[in-house]
Design a protein around this ligand. Structure first.
Ligand code: 5GP
Length: 137
């Protein structure tokens, strides 16, 4: 399987479609998921191309994990969360829908289930959740 540079996250990286950015450094970008399954649901991606964990380089994975660690701790603080669910899917059979490596960060609270997938979030709420994480970074 090869990398298709027309995927939605490649377009976000090129600035062709908007995103709500939480954090970025030279190697990674973290932005809000537009169909959040929990308040504060955001995604960490490498700035360089790879489909998923299977073709990623150790450097891409290490850079993503560094950002995941940073943002997840900020999200714990921002949402007074009890935990974090980290999700990452590989190829369609593995549940992947967008074929640029990404890690889902979901702040969790004891006894609260995640929301069902596929439902657009409220953009004002998503923006305010991004601001909360940024303030905690
Ligand atoms: P996965 O590939 O891991 O199954 O999920 C892809 C994720 O990308 C989903 O959680 C979906 O809500 C999110 N997503 C899909 N299209 C867009 C988009 O245009 N912008 C943003 N920010 N997220 C998106």
């Amino acid at each position: 399987m090869s990398y298709d540079d027309q995927n939605i996250f490649a377009k976000i990286l090129r600035g062709e479609i908007p995103n709500v950015t939480v954090y970025e450094d030279a190697e990674t970008l973290c932005f809000m998921d537009i169909m959040p399954r929990a308040d504060g649901h955001c995604l960490v991606i490498p700035k360089t191309p790879c489909r998923n964990m299977l073709d990623a380089s150790p450097e891409q994975l290490a850079a993503c994990m560094k950002t995941v660690n940073k943002v997840a701790n900020a999200a714990m603080t921002a949402f007074n969360a009890d935990g974090i669910t980290l999700q990452q899917f590989n190829e369609a059979a593995g549940g992947q829908e967008v074929f640029h490596l990404h890690f889902h960060i979901l702040p969790r609270h004891e006894g609260v289930a995640t929301r069902p997938p596929g439902k657009m979030g409220d953009m004002d709420a998503i923006k305010s959740h991004a601001e909360a994480i940024k303030a905690a970074l």
